[in-house]
Design a protein. Structure first.
Length: 113
């Protein structure tokens, strides 16, 4: 997708603070962090959202990358939250499936304010 910001980051066309990367996934710091640690984990293949034909193999790559991000950011012991917003009502602002890894503080039990 020519105008997709996450595709451009994955291609190295837009700089980002990369936390983890392999052939299938890139993980980078969120520019508008909602927690002390806020990393986006993004499949390099473009999919509009989680309902747009994301394969089991791609999801496995994402889950493995989330584990690597948690280790790299020191979240493995204390815990962290993973969120995938799907659609406007959920707050998805970039039309490329991505997963937010949040942590570094107690996030509490609630998912909504």
């Amino acid at each position: 997708m020519g105008d997709c910001i996450f595709c451009k980051i994955a291609a190295g066309e837009i700089p980002a603070t990369v936390v983890y990367e392999n052939d299938h996934v890139i993980a980078f710091e969120d520019l508008n962090p909602q927690a002390p640690v806020h990393v986006l984990v993004v499949p390099k293949a473009h999919h509009e959202n989680i309902l747009d034909g994301v394969s089991a193999e791609e999801l496995a790559e994402v889950v493995a990358a989330i584990g690597e991000v948690a280790k790299a950011k020191g979240l493995s012991e204390r815990g962290f939250r993973v969120i995938a917003n799907t659609g406007a009502d959920a707050g998805q602002t970039v039309g490329h499936v991505h997963f937010h890894v949040l942590g570094g503080t107690s996030l509490g039990e609630g998912l909504l304010p």
